[in-house]
Design a protein around this ligand. Structure first.
Ligand code: ZN
Length: 162
């Protein structure tokens, strides 16, 4: 996808994530929107750096790049949410556009793709971007609702409550 669609996707995903985690709709929600959107939008712009340095859809469109941004905060205690932007960039490139990604680069240059999506120049690109974002938010909502409940139940079970 294009930079415009990646930014739309990252901003919409960030607003949705902020509301899912801070649903009050008050100043804490607004603070969460800014706190999530800035690192996620930056992360969503990272993979296309390979249009200038390296090979596009290979050098920074792979699982190793995503792994760096997942692991970085564990060692350096910052950039905690940037990986979400990198991950959503990959999802949008896979689901929203026709060309695939070399997810295993540099081990393998084969490009993975899904048989759906539009060309990056399509007049439907923004609509597809918003549809992909809606699917991402539905998955995030399910995870936010289910994972804490399971953690709570696991903790209660471990504590011998039931
Ligand atoms: Zn890309």
């Amino acid at each position: 996808m294009n930079k415009r669609e990646h930014v739309i996707n990252a901003v919409a995903l960030s607003v949705g994530l902020a509301y899912l985690t801070h649903p009050a709709g008050d100043a804490t929600t607004a603070r969460a929107v800014v706190g999530v959107a800035v690192p996620v939008v930056l992360g969503a712009l990272v993979p296309d750096v390979d249009t200038a340095f390296g090979s596009h859809r290979k050098t920074f469109h792979n699982l190793a790049t995503l792994g760096v941004f997942v692991g970085y905060p564990l060692y350096f205690d910052n950039l905690e949410l940037v990986w979400i932007g990198v991950a959503t960039h990959f999802v949008l490139d896979l689901l929203g556009s026709k060309r695939g990604l070399a997810l295993l680069y540099p081990l393998d240059s084969a490009e993975f793709d899904l048989p759906i999506g539009v060309t990056t120049g399509s007049r439907y690109a923004t609509g597809v971007t918003l549809a992909v974002t809606a699917v991402e938010l539905a998955i995030a909502a399910a995870l936010i609702a289910e994972v804490p409940r399971q953690l709570l139940e696991g903790g209660l079970r471990a504590a011998g409550v039931f």
